[in-house]
Each structure stands twice: as C-alpha cells, then as structure tokens.
Design a protein around this ligand. Structure first.
Ligand code: SAM
Length: 220
C-alpha cells in the first residue's frame, strides 16, 4: 500500500513537471496544490492507473474529470488572493478541481446538477479533511447569490455565453474563467470585472461537456 502511494506521488510529481509546468503554468501555489491532491481518488477505481495521464477521464452520468493541465491553467487564471478568498465553482463533477481550489481559497462554494456526483465529491473531500467547501445541488447557471461577491468564479462546463446571473456575483477586479462556444468546441475565456465593464481575454481552445441549465444549454 505504502509503495503504491509512493508510486502515485511520483506520478503526480511527473504530471506537474511534464504536463503542467512544461506548458507554462508558473504559479507556485497552484503547482503545489496539483502535487498534493491525489487525483487517483477522484476517478472510478478501474481508471486509477490512468489518473495521472494527460487527459480527461469518465466519472459517470456522462461527465468527465478534466485534464490536469486544464485544471491547473483555469486555477492559475483565477488569481486567487492568498488571504480570505471566496471562490464559486460551477460544475463540481468529481470534486477534483474543487479540492485544488480548497487548497488556495479560504472558502469554496460549488454547485453540481447531478446529486450523485455531488454526494461522491463531498465524501471524497471530507475524507481528505477539506472542510472549507460548501456544496449545493442545482442549476449553477444562476450562481449562488447569497454568498456573493466572489473573488473568482470558475465554470467547468461549456456555455454558449456567460450566464447573465454571474457577472454581478464577482467582485471588482475578480475573474470569471469559463469555456465559451458551441457544443463541439470552445475557447477558454477570462473575464475581469472593471469599474464599468468586463475585460475579456481568450486563452486557448478547449472541449468541455455542456453547461445545462436556465442560463446555459437546454437538456437534449
Ligand atoms: N472540474 C470537474 C472535476 O474536476 O471533476 C469536472 C467538471 S465536468 C467537466 C462538468 C460538470 O458540470 C459536470 O459534472 C456536469 O454535471 C456539471 N454541470 C453541467 N451543467 C451544470 C449546471 N447548470 N449547474 C451545475 N453543474 C453543472
């Protein structure tokens, strides 16, 4: 068992070096979080040996755990302040990205539309001793206004446009990181709240599962 844990830790170290730092993610806190969260505990056991590979994996309900590099990049783009930060995540999925955020923010609020995924994610994070995460089952396209404003909002599913409820839930200077585009492929974008408007940056092409909800895609 200990030998296997060592092998997973070594696989994580290589994942960070070869897939993440090598592609330009530099934030030391993000790299440290990616080195410490055991991704193999967030995938179905039959996929554990592929947990540190360079791609997404199925997690049930037709959903996926995102590629490690994309998780790291999206986290870096959020620029989470080192003290007292509050972050909203839409699309809990396996809870892997949530766990990374929980290492960097004081409080994480995460919403998932599939109750079974949310329950599994919650159990994983509790087992890992991550207590600073609040879970909600429901439509994340509406945000979670009761705890706004957030320092950052991370959307882990693809939307046709930024759901109109979200911009007002991010603080001045805070970021929304979101894949935007059609169902077949999107661009990862970062929107930063300025005094009168949002500054919009296109980052890289990505392929995410759809954000399904009132202010996202309709269910098919
Ligand atoms: N970051 C996750 C991880 O590390 O496992 C992967 C997230 S997966 C790519 C996208 C998730 O968004 C899915 O679990 C999906 O059910 C969820 N989702 C889609 N539309 C949603 C909505 N309107 N509200 C909340 N969750 C939603």
């Amino acid at each position: 068992m200990a030998a296997q844990e060592d092998a997973f830790a070594e696989a994580r170290r290589r994942m960070v070096e070869e897939q993440i730092a090598a592609r330009g993610v530099r934030d030391a806190r993000v790299l440290e979080a990616m080195r410490s969260v055991p991704r193999h505990l967030f995938v179905p056991p039959k996929y554990a040996e592929w947990a540190y590979g360079d791609g997404p994996l199925p997690i049930g309900n037709g959903q996926t755990i995102s590629q490690p590099y994309i998780v790291a990049l999206m986290t870096e783009l959020l620029e989470i302040p080192p003290q007292g930060a509050r972050v909203l995540e839409i699309g809990t999925g396996s809870g892997y990205q949530t766990a990374i955020l929980a290492h960097l923010a004081a409080e994480v609020f995460t919403i998932e539309r599939h109750a079974s995924l949310a329950a599994e994610a919650k159990a994983r994070l509790r087992r890992l001793g991550l207590e600073n995460v609040h879970f909600r089952v429901g439509d994340g396209t509406l945000g979670w206004p009761e705890h706004a404003p957030y320092d950052g909002i991370l959307v882990t599913a693809a939307a046709p446009e930024v759901p109109p409820a979200l911009p007002e839930q991010v603080r001045l200077g805070g970021h929304i990181v979101i894949p935007l585009g059609g169902r077949g492929g999107q661009t990862l974008e970062r929107w930063t709240r300025r005094e009168d408007d949002f500054e919009r940056e296109s980052i890289i092409p990505v392929a995410f599962v759809p954000l399904v909800g009132k202010q996202g895609w309709p269910e098919t």
